[in-house]
Design a protein around this ligand. Structure first.
Ligand code: EZ4
Ligand code: CO
Length: 405
């Protein structure tokens, strides 16, 4: 069997997705997600111009060799664009291997470790009451873990609080440019403790609560936040501070027992290495699409397992349902899986394009039992929603200083 063709699709059913289809001479094909929010066309060009020509004629079953060929072989290692491209190829090859073996991918990884995949859903609100009302609705739907985000009084917009925007940072008009948001740590601290105090009062002790700081705090501020939130027993505090300097987390860790999670932007195991081996975090949040695919996600999970770190893959709306499927296979297998972020299975247009049979019940997701990843891609439907340029926002302090988004 050889790789006969590789097609790259960029479609925009409400937001942009980059999808790879690897077609073999046997007729079996595989699908992968290469979406890099706000930089979609860079990955698409990388795949089209630099990756696809090298893979035509190769054995699609040599997943490991192809991964090494695209990573080690290229000299220019790592980086978001490169790793998203490798990720999509890797996912598509696992999909193909599963179809050849007539097994779902989780079986190829080592089989089932649990009956289903625990999810956490997002409860966002324009104020604390609104957030808690939304949380109650999700609890009513059966969710047992919730990420709480609430608008910060005095700021124009707050990360994670969508208002009427259903697709997060969807298309920004005819001449899109990155929206500008503002940030003030003092105003945030005035809100955030009350959010969790009220949450425990109204939602009780049983529900798992999580919170995403989106890297807005300095390490010492994160340490203070972790201490402040200890009484409310979070499942984890996500992206409290940036960890380009992984030592930042030593400072945070010294001061708080609130469990820490990070990793949604990480591209390789090297980005996680110090955090994991020094046991500075509790959950590693790498995504298959941004960390190079299923092959390295498996290595990160095994490495993390040695240091009591559990996996909690990123599950934002800019990861396509193909990535979500890949995560369900990884999560069904990984002995140290923790929890999966979940924002639904996509809008109506997405459900016409990405065809899958994932079941979500009582706050758990159940992986497809179809061979491979168990997801299909409707090319005709995708063509109806062509790419539209779109950007993530940038964030500034109130004096205009550019800040972490
Ligand atoms: O801002 O995926 O936990 N989820 C997140 C996301 C990220 C987006 C960036 O593209 O932090 O919403
Ligand atoms: Co996040």
């Amino acid at each position: 069997m050889i790789i006969k063709d590789i097609k790259i699709f960029v479609c925009s059913p409400g937001r942009n997705f980059v999808t790879v289809k690897i077609i073999t001479d046997s007729g079996i094909y595989g699908l992968g997600d290469a979406t890099l929010n706000g930089r979609e066309m860079a990955v698409s060009a990388y795949l089209e111009e630099h990756v696809a020509p090298c893979l035509i004629g190769r054995d699609p079953q040599a997943i490991e060799d192809i991964w090494q060929y695209l990573y080690r072989g290229v000299y220019w290692r790592r980086g978001a664009v490169t790793m998203a491209a490798i990720a999509a190829i890797d996912m598509a090859l696992w999909d193909i291997k599963g179809k050849i073996a007539e097994m779902p991918v989780y079986q190829l990884l080592g089989g089932r470790s649990r009956k289903g995949v625990n999810l956490y859903a997002h409860a966002n609100g324009s104020d604390i009451t609104d957030t808690l009302n939304n949380a109650q609705k999700l609890i009513g739907q059966g969710f047992k873990a919730l990420r709480l985000q609430s608008a910060v009084p005095g700021l124009k917009v707050t990360y994670g609080v969508l208002g009427d925007k259903k697709d997060y940072y969807e298309q920004q008009g005819d001449r899109p440019l990155p929206p500008e948001e503002d940030w003030c740590t003092t105003k945030y601290f005035a809100m955030v403790e009350d959010l969790f105090k009220e949450a425990r009062k109204h939602l009780g002790d049983k529900v798992h609560l999580l919170h995403d700081v989106h890297s807005r705090l300095t390490p010492v501020e994160s340490a203070r936040l972790g201490k402040l939130l200890e009484p409310y027993n979070l499942l984890f505090l996500e992206d409290a501070s940036i960890a380009e300097n992984q030592d930042n987390y030593k400072l945070i860790r010294q001061h708080t027992t609130t469990p820490l999670a990070i990793g949604e932007t990480y591209n390789t195991i090297w980005d996680c290495k110090d955090l994991i081996q020094n046991q500075l975090i509790d959950y590693i949040r790498t995504a298959a699409t941004h960390a190079g695919g299923i092959t390295p996600m498996r290595r990160i999970a095994d490495f993390a397992n040695m240091f009591n770190v559990r996996t909690a893959p990123h599950g934002a709306p800019d990861l396509s349902p193909i990535c979500f499927s890949a995560h369900l296979h990884l999560n069904t297998w990984a002995p140290n899986f923790g929890i999966q972020e979940y924002v639904g299975l996509g809008n109506e247009q997405m459900q016409q394009i990405f065809l899958q049979d994932i079941r979500v019940e009582e706050g758990m997701a159940y992986v497809s039992e179809q061979p491979g990843l168990g997801i299909d891609f409707n090319e005709e439907a995708a063509q109806q929603y062509p790419y539209k340029r779109s950007y993530l926002p940038v964030s500034r302090l109130e004096d205009g200083t550019l800040w972490h988004w």
